[in-house]
Design a protein around this ligand. Structure first.
Ligand SMILES: C[S@@+](CC[C@H](N)C(=O)[O-])C[C@H]1O[C@@H](n2cnc3c(N)ncnc32)[C@H](O)[C@@H]1O
Length: 179
């Protein structure tokens, strides 16, 4: 909130007591640009004439993609004049999310691998103003001089080696090409 003083920062959850806790925390910070709302995030209203960044983390890939789809389809007019970015951290179904973002014509800004509590996550920033297509395996996020990245790549390769489907074979080939 301090880094984006001219933006309204929205905190959204469907669970009222989490929003109540956020409201208490917002009241105790000097910045006054935070707004907590108990709502389905897919139904939020972003004001026209402003750029927006929506951060969605910690939800499954299917649900996350539905949320992004709904926000995009409800703000088609805003997207003609303004920038709409998303920072996304899906739990599972990563390739489906990546394909779905391409289908929505959102382009890549940046992507990175993070490890927390022995689990790996991918953080993907996309924008309606980026023309860069999103790779199914996050080609730009790998640094194979980093042992955590090697470990994550090996987990993905071992996982797809066990799957018989055509899609799994395609993903396996893409992970094996990462250098
Ligand atoms: C695992 S928590 C992650 C919380 C936080 N984003 C994080 O990464 O630490 C998932 C949260 O998403 C909320 N949630 C699930 N579906 C939602 C929806 N449609 N709209 C708003 N919040 C939702 C849940 O109530 C829950 O609090």
């Amino acid at each position: 909130m301090a880094e984006h003083p001219s933006s309204q920062v929205h905190f959204v959850d469907v669970v009222q007591h989490l929003i109540d806790e956020i409201e208490i925390r917002l009241a105790s910070v000097p910045q006054k640009n935070g707004l907590a709302q108990c709502s389905d995030v897919a139904m939020i209203n972003l004001h026209e004439g402003k750029d927006h960044l929506v951060i969605i983390a910690g939800v499954g890939g299917d649900l996350l993609l539905e949320m992004v789809r709904s926000i995009v389809s409800r703000h088609s007019s805003l997207m003609k004049t303004n920038r709409l970015d998303f920072i996304l951290c899906p739990v599972r179904q990563l390739h489906k999310v990546r394909q779905g973002l391409n289908d929505l014509k959102l382009g890549l800004i940046s992507e990175k691998i993070v490890q927390d509590n022995k689990l790996f996550y991918e953080i993907i920033q996309v924008s309606n103003q980026s023309p860069v297509s999103i790779s199914l395996v996050g080609e730009t996020m790998w640094d194979l001089s980093n042992s955590e990245h090697i470990a994550y790549r090996n987990i993905m390769i071992e996982h797809y080696q066990k799957q018989p489907s055509h899609q799994a074979k395609l993903l396996l080939g893409l992970y094996e090409k990462i250098k």
